[in-house]
Design a protein around this ligand. Structure first.
Ligand code: NAD
Length: 373
């Protein structure tokens, strides 16, 4: 039995992680600030009575010291998670993500009986564009698409010299990082901070680069993140999902149970100190397909997705996980795929009440800031 701290334990992934850790017989404490954007009605109803909850910010050193007392393993999942929002609330994102991580790490350094392992939540967003190959089968470092390309709705990545379309391929951890948002920059910093401080002070660290997680409990009120949750939230209000670009951009949707299984394995796996590991499903799905599948399931197709041609500056076209490293180091074997496992999420969604359509306001706000066109 280990004593474990989960930051962000009231959130989507953290809450499931807590359930699993408690079921395995561990003693778990959570530190969560109950961000109003994620939890507009306060404490969620799925909190686990077996967990000790502390309410407050990871950037609060006193609270962090209390949260760390006696702890051997830390899962640092707390973060603000809106990519577009991070481009105009810069300071807030640095405070809630990077500064909070620095405070947590200082707390760990100051512990007498130091934590043995820290697992930090990172993100596929740190890659920027995923990996691509040219026609000859050579890896190509695809640039971030320029504004004029997006304006012309020329969505796909093109080889600069030949004008040929590049072929997206699974993205491995070795791909050079090119974060294009404050959120993604923060995630890369969190990874690097945790690894550097762990190496220096002799505790083990692991960064899990999550791809698009889906499942129940993902906030339906947060219009800034979680494309499947945003689409569901709109559809249950009878509103069409708004799909950016032409919808043919592809992503990797990984079920929250697979994410949690990987996180649990990170606690005890040998030989993973200071590694960064992709956690995805390894399967490709377009955003258009996600919107259509959900629209069909929730409204019988009567409320169809809309494609007004909006795009987000710095957004990527394709990124799917290469999960070879997770398989090798963690024995990770994802059990779920989006199309065969989204119904459970839908049943849950139908039982939820969404206060109002927050997406339209968030979209307009991002457009006002020139972040979404
Ligand atoms: N869900 C995904 O698809 C996904 C993808 C990539 C990475 N991630 C990362 O995984 C982690 C968990 O994501 P999630 O989807 O569960 O998000 P979530 O918004 O559901 O949960 C995050 C929780 O952290 C809390 N929080 C935020 N900032 C805090 C702070 N400074 N101090 C204390 N608590 C704070 C929030 O109140 C919330 O309960 C995040 O670090 C996120 O960046 C998630």
């Amino acid at each position: 039995m280990k004593k474990i701290l989960v930051t962000g334990g009231a959130g989507f992934i953290g809450s499931f992680l807590i359930d699993s850790l408690l079921a395995l017989g561990h003693q778990v404490r959570s530190l969560d600030s109950l961000e109003p954007q994620v939890h507009p009605t306060g404490k969620p109803d799925y909190l686990n009575p077996g967990c000790e909850y502390l309410w407050g910010d990871c950037a609060d050193p006193e609270l962090v010291a209390r949260a760390l007392a006696g702890v051997e393993v830390v899962y640092h999942l707390a973060a603000r998670v809106g990519v577009a929002q991070s481009m105009y609330e810069l300071r807030r994102y640095v405070e809630k993500n990077e500064l909070a991580t620095a405070v947590l790490l200082e707390g760990i350094i100051q512990q007498k009986e130091r934590v043995k392992r820290v697992v930090v939540a990172s993100s596929m967003s740190i890659y920027g564009e995923g990996a691509y190959m040219d026609r000859a089968g050579n890896f190509v470092l695809a640039p971030i698409r320029l504004e004029r390309q997006l304006k012309a709705k020329a969505w796909e990545l093109i080889e600069e010299h030949t004008g040929e379309a590049l072929r997206p391929v699974p993205t491995a951890e070795t791909k050079p990082l090119m974060p294009t948002s404050m959120y993604a920059i923060g995630k890369r910093s969190q990874e690097e901070m945790v690894h550097a401080i762990g190496r220096c002070y002799g505790f083990e660290t692991v960064a899990c680069r999550f791809f698009n997680a889906f499942g129940t409990r993902q906030s339906l009120n947060n219009p800034y993140t979680g494309v499947a949750a945003i689409f569901c939230s709109r559809l249950i209000q009878g509103l069409p999902p708004i799909v950016f670009e032409d919808g043919e951009q592809t992503r990797d949707f990984v079920h929250v149970s697979d994410v949690v299984a990987a996180l649990v394995r990170c606690m005890a796996a040998e030989g993973i100190a200071h590694e960064s590991i992709n956690i995805g499903s390894g399967t490709v799905i377009s955003v258009k397909e996600v919107a259509e599948v959900l629209s069909q399931a929730i409204t019988g197709g009567t409320v169809a997705p809309q494609f007004p041609g909006n795009y987000r500056a710095g957004d990527i076209r394709h990124c799917v996980a290469d999960i070879t490293k997770a398989r090798r180091l963690l024995g990770y074997a994802p059990q779920y795929q989006f199309k065969s496992s989204f119904m459970e999420m839908l049943e849950w969604v139908k039982r939820q009440t969404v206060a109002k359509d927050a997406f339209t306001g968030a979209l307009q706000e991002a457009q006002r800031h020139g972040v979404i066109n």
